[in-house]
Design a protein. Structure first.
Length: 129
């Protein structure tokens, strides 16, 4: 029998994990929307799924040049600004749906809030003077 480690497929495998990470980095508002550990887990899980589905749909709906070894079909699709924007909208929609879910309403954000950051900056400023 095979062990679980032998059949484990990483959820964040390329290229979808990289695409979602890049879209997250490009939209700082997403961090605020999914700022708790459970929200972040739900967001990434559904963002990976929905980005994968949208990439598949884009592949079937668009004619791509034959593969010549220089770029993948995903890279070819992402060269088109409209496709990249569609992916960004999809990721944003996932974040907004997770943020609006009442199941996560009472969760604490991941990391310090703005007031804690301001107190730390003031403390550090005084210490370094």
């Amino acid at each position: 029998m095979t062990s679980v480690d032998d059949i484990w497929l990483p959820l964040v495998d390329e290229p979808i994990g990289g695409i979602v990470a890049k879209l997250e980095a490009d939209d700082p508002e997403l961090e605020r929307l999914v700022s708790s550990p459970r929200r972040l887990l739900a967001f990434r899980t559904f963002a990976y799924i929905r980005v994968g589905i949208l990439l598949g749909r884009l592949l079937f709906d668009n004619d791509l040049p034959p593969y010549d070894g220089t770029e993948t079909w995903v890279d070819a699709l992402l060269r088109e600004p409209a496709h990249r924007e569609a992916l960004a909208r999809e990721v944003r929609a996932v974040a907004e749906e997770i943020a609006a879910d009442p199941q996560y309403a009472a969760e604490e954000p991941l990391g310090p809030d703005d007031e804690a950051r301001a107190r730390f900056r003031e403390f550090a400023r005084k210490r370094l003077e």
